[in-house]
Design a protein around this ligand. Structure first.
Ligand code: ATP
Length: 358
């Protein structure tokens, strides 16, 4: 299975462009996640793939065949919605069997498939129950079961976990990861939750205002974000610091609040063009290394306990910086700590374009 979206755009009837020039090739057995803030066009894109929304321009292909004008039911895709859309008057068994009954498959075959899927999803004991007697997580599994028995070329999932409480969400997230490995299917999954995206996706499409910002693996998005939006969306704790680029004795430094961060050698040449200009340095909290022989000082303003780790908010002459440390260090509010900056983990962005320089 290969899914290709080429220059896809969506302009709604009121003239609003919800998706702009979307390009993506999904390979067989990929778990692709669309992520981005509310209203960035994730659901619209998914619905265009499903055939539930007309494509304004561009080309959608499944296995090389143009799908733009193919009816939803003939596209060989199965969609799992936010609200599960189960039939309330039917048992779990009949909900899962429904599509196959419509297609008039032999009873024995239907029975075999329903039970096989019920086993995979661990809902065998629920087959006689009605949806209203099930928990959110169980309903979610039934909805997945209904999609799985169709054996579609692609599974499309629109925020399937958004109606579950925090604990169940994490549990079902693991379930979905297991199901994915078991089915070896191609999945396109929509979420606005960056943790869900990072834990599930083999590749992630980060969107903003209808435009793709970056398509990459979770690791690459974290370590090589293309712009400040991606960096901040993928790591909500990242520190963005305005610094002035200085050349001192043939070395390049990033200067702010009395601190000089030495530039990694590999970008010295590029940074020459920015001398005396302001650039934004991006530092993940783990790039702030709290250690006794650290070269810088700061006062601890706030400590947040997360169990094995603490989040620290350091006050650097008025600039607040987030750092992460082992809770064993037992750092207290008001303490002065020493730290160094791990420049290998540093990002540098153009202040005006917000694009990554490094
Ligand atoms: P969420 O995470 O909130 O579900 P999303 O990223 O899935 O958001 P979409 O539902 O794709 O976003 O909507 C994208 C944009 O298109 C939004 O600004 C929305 O208001 C707009 N939109 C959606 N449907 C229509 C419509 N029928 N007519 C006009 N604008 C629409």
């Amino acid at each position: 299975m290969k899914l290709q979206l080429k220059n896809i755009s969506k302009v709604y009837e009121n003239g609003f462009t919800a998706v702009k020039d979307f390009n993506l090739n999904v390979e067989d057995k990929e778990f692709i996640v669309f992520v981005g803030p509310s209203g960035c066009g994730k659901t619209t894109t998914l619905r265009m793939i499903a055939g539930l929304e007309e494509i304004s321009s561009g080309e959608l292909k499944i296995d090389g065949e143009i799908m733009n004008n193919v009816l939803s039911k003939n596209r060989d895709v199965a969609m799992v919605f936010q609200n599960y859309a189960l039939y309330p008057h039917m048992s779990v068994y009949d909900n899962i069997a429904f599509g196959m009954k419509i297609r008039k498959l032999p009873k024995a075959e239907i029975d075999c498939k329903v039970k096989e899927v019920a086993n995979i999803l661990n809902i065998y004991d629920l087959l006689d129950r009605k949806p209203k007697t099930l928990s959110g997580g169980q309903r979610q599994r039934v909805a997945m079961g209904r999609a799985i028995v169709r054996e579609p070329k692609v599974f499309l999932m629109d925020e399937p976990l958004s109606n579950l409480d925090a604990k169940l969400r994490i549990q079902m997230r693991t379930e979905i990861a297991k199901i994915y490995h078991r089915l070896q299917a191609t999945i396109v999954y929509v979420t606005h939750d960056q943790t869900e995206a990072m834990t599930l996706g083999t590749r992630i499409v980060v969107m903003k205002e209808g435009v793709i910002q970056q398509v990459d693996t979770p690791q690459r998005l974290y370590h090589h974000p293309k712009n400040m939006f991606v960096a901040g969306f993928i790591d909500t704790q990242i520190n963005f610091i305005d610094t002035v680029v200085k050349r001192i004795n043939d070395k390049i430094y990033f200067h702010f609040n009395g601190i000089d961060i030495i530039s990694p050698e590999s970008i010295e040449n590029v940074m020459e063009n920015y001398v005396d200009k302001t650039v934004v340095v991006g530092l993940h909290p783990e790039a702030i290394l709290i250690c006794q022989n650290g070269t810088e000082f700061a006062k601890v303003d706030v400590v947040e306990h997360l169990g094995p780790e603490d989040n620290l908010y350091l006050n650097l002459s008025g600039t607040s910086i987030r750092a992460k440390v082992s809770s064993e260090l037992n750092i207290k509010v008001g303490e002065n700590v020493r730290f160094s900056i791990d420049t290998k983990q540093m990002h540098v962005f153009d202040k005006i374009t917000e694009q990554a320089i490094y």
